[in-house]
Design a binder for this molecule. Structure first.
Ligand SMILES: [Cu+2]
Length: 120
């Protein structure tokens, strides 16, 4: 086998790995929450998706580690929440969802996103 063919072979494998990573690697992690969850705010939200039970009050503890003003506020429009997050502190927000569905949350400028999936 010539050097070119080996190079093409390696390139092909690298391309396949890239495609696999691109389509499957970015799948978001969904965390099932019973009563409370810490959400780390640092270049986005971790975890960025949680599931909660309908009618159950859940405490979201936003720990803001990101100094950028972009992430200083968190907004949950459908739940009527807009809160300032103090840097390097945990801000608890209690939420109760009375219907099944998806509730988005974001930074104050709607640039970083997360979601709360309400299940029965
Ligand atoms: Cu922002």
């Amino acid at each position: 086998m010539s050097v070119d063919k080996i190079a093409v072979g390696i390139g092909g494998v690298a391309a396949l790995l890239f495609i696999a990573w691109f389509f499957f690697g970015k799948r978001q992690t969904v965390v099932a929450v019973e009563s409370r969850v810490r959400i780390t705010v640092d270049g986005g939200y971790t975890p960025e998706a949680i599931t909660i039970k309908r009618g159950r009050t859940v405490r979201l503890e936003f720990l803001r580690k990101d100094a950028s003003s972009c992430l200083e506020e968190v907004v949950l429009p459908e739940l009527g929440v807009r809160r300032h997050l103090a840097l390097n502190e945990t801000t608890p927000i209690d939420i109760t969802a009375d219907r099944v569905g998806e509730f988005a949350f974001s930074c104050g400028m709607n640039m970083y996103h997360g979601k709360i999936i309400v299940v029965e």
